[in-house]
Ligand binder design. Structure first.
Ligand code: UDP
Length: 329
């Protein structure tokens, strides 16, 4: 019997590359597709020797062709940090909308099941806390995050439409803040920002007063949730994230302790529409998938820190977030 075949878009990115690892480990044949705007071949180079792994350099916002059969599609191609949305807003909109449309079309032709990566960003700056799947969100369509949030909201809508109209097998995961090895050091997200600053001997930059909260999930826990959701029979959105919530100020203190840096915290302006609080309600994931996170923040941060410590000096100092600071103003 031939192996089950899965297409992973955004396969060279942070989450996509971990998914490639997982599906190879589970005995699937894997095609990773990426346009490499924010992805990096370094994340998957260890898989190139594997006979069941292929890489296609392609932008899914243009027509997607894959020869042969496909059993599953995981759509994880998208810029995914506020700095990226400012840098490449049109691509962000296109990959969530046109890209999703192309992949839904491909799923139909191949009679494949498709799982799309949605996000807690669809809840915007939430007025309901923690956020259950039934909460419709509070998003500024024309704010700096609008390009991502609205693309992802459209993505959910078109995915549901293909499910109800074309009877396509679809799955929607809403991903909350996730961290781990292979995060881009310079994508502006808080964890690589703080660890990068500590490693370079710079002060840690807190945006606003640091009272805003996030809930950080270790990547292996997230991948387990994705795997279970894909193989489940549930077509409606499911939150996957770690409900352990922390203020950004306390998080900065944790990173200072972890890295032993002598640097101090400095405060900078809070970016527009930065959500004040975020915590997933994972009741559904628990009851439908039997899933909950297993890896504590202390444990996950230790692994992540050793990854960042292993980067070369060149990688550590190749930090394009500075050039985007001007762009933000
Ligand atoms: N943040 C910060 N300093 C930084 C980068 C981010 O204080 O150098 C804050 C940011 O304003 C936000 C939180 O950390 O409140 C998480 O930011 P991130 O970009 O990681 O993710 P998101 O806002 O999309 O959850």
């Amino acid at each position: 019997m031939s192996k089950k075949k899965v297409l992973i878009t955004g396969g060279a990115g942070f989450l996509g590359s971990h998914l490639c690892d997982r599906f190879i480990k589970e005995g699937y044949s894997v095609i990773a597709m990426d346009n490499l705007i924010t992805g990096d071949l370094k994340n998957i180079e260890h898989l190139f020797k594997h006979k069941d792994f292929e890489f296609y350099h392609h932008d899914v916002s243009s027509f997607v062709h894959v020869p042969g059969h496909l059993d599953y599609i995981l759509h994880f191609a998208s810029p995914a940090s506020p700095i990226d949305y400012l840098k490449i807003p049109i691509q962000t909109l296109k990959v969530g909308s046109l890209g999703t449309h192309n992949l839904l079309g491909l799923a139909r032709v191949k009679k494949a099941r498709i799982l799309v990566a949605s996000t807690s960003e669809i809840y915007g700056d939430p007025s309901v806390h923690p956020q259950p799947e039934e909460y419709y969100g509070n998003v500024n369509t024309v704010g700096p995050r609008g390009v991502y949030d609205e693309a992802k909201r459209f993505q959910e809508a078109i995915t549901m439409a293909y499910h109800t109209y074309h009877k396509l097998e679809t799955r929607i995961i809403r991903i909350f803040n996730t961290y781990g090895p292979r995060m881009r050091l310079n994508d502006g997200r808080v964890l690589p920002a703080f660890i990068g600053q500590a490693l370079r001997g710079e002060d840690l930059t807190i945006f606003g007063d640091g009272s805003q909260t996030r809930s950080f999930c270790y990547v292996d826990d997230l991948v387990e949730g994705i795997y279970r959701l894909l193989l489940s029979e549930y077509a409606y959105p499911v939150n996957i994230g770690n409900p352990n919530e922390i203020t950004i100020k306390d998080f900065a203190e944790e990173i200072i302790k972890l890295t032993g840096t002598n640097q101090k915290i400095i405060y900078q302006a809070l970016p527009k529409d930065d959500p004040k609080q975020r915590q997933p309600d994972i009741t559904k994931a628990k009851s439908i998938l039997g899933w909950e996170p297993k890896i504590s923040r202390a444990e996950g941060l230790k692994i992540t820190y050793s990854y960042f410590k292993s980067l070369t000096k060149e990688e550590l100092y190749h930090n394009d977030h500075r050039e985007f600071e001007n762009y933000k103003k």
